[in-house]
Design a protein around this ligand. Structure first.
Ligand SMILES: Cc1cc2nc3c(=O)[nH]c(=O)nc-3n(C[C@H](O)[C@H](O)[C@H](O)COP(=O)(O)OP(=O)(O)OC[C@H]3O[C@@H](n4cnc5c(N)ncnc54)[C@H](O)[C@@H]3O)c2cc1C
Length: 477
């Protein structure tokens, strides 16, 4: 029997009398529930390549407000139905996959920006607001919401808060966790809480806000967020510098930082990444260099002009083979387009891309990149390495065909060794993509039994029936 038929039968069995779906229709209305197999099938995937984990949601529900979510959770709690919150489904660690079927909550209809408060420098928004849209709206008022995952044109606040997503600008501005002031959360049993107040300072009890940030939908459902805003930087400048060795690349980064310059972005693209971009999206990159750095500075014009010149001098003193500066907005955009096309270009190398996200102390970057290359050679994997070198956050993007059993086995072994490498270099599994189900088997490598026990105890306090996004981060007892 083909796999499709097996899924179909399983999906039919999951809600045989339609009681879950009927109850969801009672809460949110028929037009806010998807019950067709084909529609539900679309929710059996997110942006993660984990072929063995596909399950079909019993029903997909579009809540319209907090009250809907609360009623849904009360029902789910009473009948122990698994619930997977989902925003745009761009998770690359399997975060939004409904591993135990049940209800998928799609937040795309809770997409309002409720307030932009310029006097108090915050905004309040619903989980379905697309990050790029929020950034545009606050920019109209001279304000800035810095978290910038590369997926920001589609990814949404709920998912990015639940993953504490980062991005290229994290080196200067931090990640999502640094901008969340207060959350409205629906608990597993349907109670609604606010984790804090809309003030910039608050040490009244435990920091529940930060507990929910990065909790991957396993502790509660985020229905509203108050986010810190900062003034828009007045100006920015970008350059792209090539190097013949990884040491020169890394020393350049260290020298920039030790000269007390904090670029808004310092990203690395390795030789394979440059070659692959140039092959599929030719923009005149130098493909015989070991690596390139994309460096952006932002702030007051006078200051960044000086910093830009200093950075050029530092690149030259580290034997940069060529420095492409950008004098106009178009030239800056061209450099950024190069960087943004790296993932898409890698995706053209093979049917699947498995993207990883290790983080190591910056001093170990060269060892990490060399180690990754050794692993790739051992398992014959095509890999483009890029990442946020300023944060020590490296993304090896493995291009392969997961249908090929040998390649599939190779990537599993390579991933295990990649995480061993990160840990041996005093780093860890993920800098921004989270654990989901994809990295769950490796958590024991990264965390002690004691730490895992504490995390599991926290999970139990918030979700004693294990109905919130089960099968993510760690196995629940
Ligand atoms: C091409 C590409 C580039 C990417 N680049 C980056 C990058 O630069 N930096 C980065 O950090 N990540 C990146 N990612 C990963 C991903 O985009 C981020 O994790 C993103 O923030 C997820 O947002 P989403 O709206 O798609 O969330 P989803 O994938 O829908 O969900 C992510 C997690 O959040 C939970 N969740 C969703 N909504 C809620 C809610 N309302 N309440 C509670 N939990 C919720 C889900 O259960 C799931 O565990 C990239 C992904 C792709 C495909």
């Amino acid at each position: 029997m083909c796999l499709g038929k097996v899924w179909y039968i399983l999906a039919l069995l999951q809600d045989t009398n339609g009681s879950i779906t009927n109850n969801m229709v009672k809460i949110v209305g028929k037009r806010n529930v998807l019950s067709n197999f084909e529609e539900r099938y679309c929710y059996s995937v997110d942006a993660t390549n984990v072929k063995e984990l596909k399950r079909i949601a019993t029903t997909v529900v579009f809540p319209r407000n907090t009250e809907d979510v609360s009623k849904i959770m009360r029902y789910a709690y009473k009948y122990s139905v698994p619930v997977v919150p989902r925003s745009a489904g761009t998770s690359v660690s399997g975060g939004a996959l409904p591993l135990k079927s049940g209800i998928v909550l799609d937040f795309s209809k809770m997409d309002k920006i409720l307030e932009i408060n310029k006097d108090n420098l915050y905004c309040i928004a619903e989980p379905g607001v697309v990050i790029a849209k929020l950034q545009e709206k606050v920019k109209e008022q001279g304000l800035f919401y810095p978290p910038d995952p590369s997926s920001l044109a589609v990814s949404m606040l709920g998912g990015s808060i639940a993953m504490s997503s980062g991005g290229a600008r994290s080196f200067k501005y931090g990640t999502t966790k640094d901008y969340v002031i207060n959350l409205e959360v629906v608990l597993a049993d349907g109670r609604v809480i606010n984790t804090g107040v809309n003030c910039s300072k608050n040490v009244t009890g435990y920091n529940l806000t930060q507990l929910f940030v990065g909790s991957e939908g396993t502790l509660g459902v985020i229905t509203k967020a108050t986010l810190r805003l900062i003034p828009q930087p007045a100006s920015k400048k970008v350059l792209f510098a090539y190097f013949d060795s990884l040491e020169d690349t890394s020393n350049t980064v260290n020298n920039i930082i030790s000269n007390l310059i904090t670029p808004s972005v310092i990203d690395i693209l390795d030789k394979n990444t440059l070659l692959t971009i140039e092959k599929y999206n030719p923009v005149g990159l130098l493909t015989d260099k070991e690596a390139a750095l994309l460096i952006e500075v932002d702030g007051e014009e006078e200051t960044i002009k000086k910093q830009y010149e200093q950075i050029i001098e530092i690149c030259k003193s580290n034997r940069s083979a060529f420095i492409k500066t950008a004098e106009t907005v178009e030239e800056m955009e061209k450099i950024w387009t190069t960087r943004r096309s790296s993932f898409g270009a890698t995706a053209k190398l093979a049917p699947d891309v498995v993207t990883e996200d290790i983080v190591v102390p910056r001093e170990n970057i060269v060892k990490a990149v060399r180690g990754i290359r050794e692993i790739c050679n051992k398992y014959n994997l095509k890999t483009c390495i890029m990442g946020h070198i300023g944060d020590g956050n490296i993304h090896p993007n493995f291009a392969l065909d997961l249908r090929n059993e040998e390649e599939y086995q190779n990537i599993q072994k390579a991933k295990g060794e990649l995480f061993d490498l990160a840990i041996s270099l005093n780093g860890t599994l993920s800098g921004e993509h989270g654990i989901g189900c994809e990295k769950m088997p490796y958590m024991k490598k990264a965390l002690s039994k004691e730490v895992l026990d504490v995390m599991k105890a926290v999970k139990k306090v918030f979700d004693d029936k294990n109905i919130l996004n089960p099968g993510k981060i760690f196995e629940q007892v």
